[in-house]
Design a protein. Structure first.
Length: 132
């Protein structure tokens, strides 16, 4: 079964001071042969966040250490435009990347996420770290 991976989880894996690091690391150490997948917008967001908060060495750990274990899909025009339309419809509230994640998960029938983002959970993605 596929699990969508969010920026919040990638950051938590890299930052030992993050409150979610233990849960993220525990799942990462034993993912039960899950199909880990994300989209390119999460990669872009993650690289920017990690560089700003943790530095270039952490970016290398993300790119060379974490991302090879995750299938990264490109965001096509229909997914991008539908996510923008959804963002406009709800009047903001969540990020464009989160809207893409939700639409991506729905498109692929994914119901679980390696994420520590209340917006994703509120929208219906079950976090794998709290009940698998």
């Amino acid at each position: 079964m596929s699990v969508v991976v969010d920026t919040s989880a990638l950051f938590a894996l890299l930052d030992r001071r993050d409150a979610n690091h233990p849960a993220a690391a525990a799942f990462w150490a034993d993912p039960d042969d899950e199909d880990l997948v994300t989209h390119a917008y999460v990669v872009v967001e993650s690289v920017a966040l990690v560089r700003a908060r943790l530095g270039a060495e952490a970016v290398a750990a993300l790119v060379d250490g974490l991302l090879p274990a995750i299938r990264v899909e490109m965001v096509d025009r229909p997914l991008h435009e539908a996510s923008l339309a959804d963002l406009r419809r709800i009047g903001g509230g969540t990020s464009l990347v989160d809207r893409v994640t939700l639409a991506f998960a729905a498109r692929h029938g994914i119901v679980r996420a390696l994420a520590f983002d209340a917006d994703l959970e509120t929208a219906g993605l079950r976090p794998v770290t709290t009940g698998g």
